[in-house]
Design a protein around this ligand. Structure first.
Ligand code: AMP
Length: 367
């Protein structure tokens, strides 16, 4: 089966690497001539809204998916009119706008921070009165890894935050003094069958995911997260893998955002689950039966941000798997990840203490 992917970053690359053993073939469309999936699959270089190139991809493919959620919805709809396109364009459109996303959470009774839309300084003042401080002002669109956000702690912060972000549609949401951050991955097939991965605990620095631990063994929260994920998958008539990020406060989940694609907090599944998120996404969109989402032991995934630790040093730590994305080093860029997997949590923690300094952290961080 031929699978087209819009976007050729590391997620598309890991999708292709997971799909070849199943006999799938890939082509990707990406504006960058050096998009890293081009090293493992044919690359069509061009803009996401180039109609002729989208048609070419859709002509070749039997199913098209994407690795980047900011592709234009019109492009997604054009492809969907020509060939099977999953996850559905509606899910893409919802996830692209924090307002539609939070409105959907609210409609489905999934707890989410209080929020208000902001399109002017006066609206920001009104929103602060309704949502209360502290609060987080975010761009509704094109925000990722904490970009396009400002925390407002006092009314003194209103004017500077508006100056920093104003001019595009914004949303103000209440600041959640969370105890931890977790995420869940759910996958749904063309025939409606679903599966859910164990709940994952995530640690961010400067808005970027640094470490994921799975499973995180919080059975009540895990059950709750699967219930919320199922509501979203069914409501969106979803096909493929969906990630949802939550804050945990007072032992309850509060949904922050969702991603209609394979997700960084699921990279541990390559070695740490019976079937990886990448393979299950491909199985779902190709109409194949889903594989087991069971975790195999304990996993910790560490992102390499900006540059890559030396290969020998990483692989000298037992039970460590290294994934290098083939991207040029650049400040703040995700260029690789490593996953530690083991059967004994104590041994995994000991090995983690050796890996953390390689990515610039103290061995005692994330204890
Ligand atoms: P986001 O781009 O919405 O995923 O935000 C990136 C990170 O900023 C999150 O993982 C949180 O650590 C933090 N953050 C975002 N929204 C809030 C909020 N409403 N309250 C507290 N922290 C937040």
């Amino acid at each position: 089966m031929n699978v087209g992917i819009v976007g050729g970053g590391q997620l598309a690359r890991m999708l292709a690497l997971a799909g070849y053993p199943l006999g799938l073939r890939f082509q990707v469309l990406d504006p960058a001539a050096d998009a890293c999936t081009g090293q493992v699959a044919p690359l069509i270089q061009g803009d996401y809204d180039d109609v002729a190139l989208l048609e070419r991809l859709a002509d070749w493919a039997e199913v098209v998916t994407f690795d980047f959620e900011n592709i234009p919805v019109a492009a997604a709809q054009a492809i969907a009119g020509q060939v099977a396109f999953y996850p559905p364009a509606e899910a893409l459109a919802t996830a692209q706008d924090r307002l539609s996303e939070k409105t959907l959470f609210w409609e489905l009774d999934i707890p989410t921070p209080n929020f208000a839309t902001v399109d002017s300084l006066d609206e920001l003042k009104d929103a602060v009165a309704r949502v209360n401080l502290p609060a987080v002002l975010k761009t509704r669109r094109l925000g990722y890894d904490g970009k396009g956000q400002r925390v407002l702690r006092t009314s003194e912060d209103i004017q500077p935050s508006w100056q920093a972000l104003g001019g595009v549609p914004l949303i103000l949401e209440s600041f959640v003094p969370f105890e931890r951050e977790v995420s869940v991955l759910g996958v749904r097939c063309r025939d409606g069958a679903t599966a859910f991965y164990p709940l994952v605990e995530n640690h961010h620095r400067d808005g970027i995911l640094r470490l994921s631990r799975a499973p995180c063994f919080m059975p009540d929260l895990e059950r709750e997260s699967w219930d919320y994920a199922r509501r979203l998958l069914d409501r969106l008539n979803y096909v493929g893998l969906l990630a949802i990020e939550f804050f945990v406060k007072n032992g309850r989940l509060i949904a922050n955002e969702m991603a209609p694609r394979v997700h960084n907090s699921g990279h541990w599944t390559i070695e740490g689950a019976e079937t990886s998120q990448f393979e299950n996404h491909l199985r779902a969109i190709s109409g194949l039966p889903l594989g087991s989402t069971r975790a195999i032991g304990h996993s910790v995934m560490l992102n390499c941000i900006g540059d890559l630790p030396e290969r020998t040093a990483v692989l000298a730590v037992p039970n460590t798997h290294y994934h290098i994305y083939g991207k040029a080093p650049r400040l703040g860029r995700k260029v690789g990840h490593m996953t530690l997997r083991g059967d004994d949590p104590g041994t995994v923690s000991d090995h983690l203490r050796r890996l953390l300094p390689l990515v610039g952290f103290d061995p005692d961080e994330f204890g």
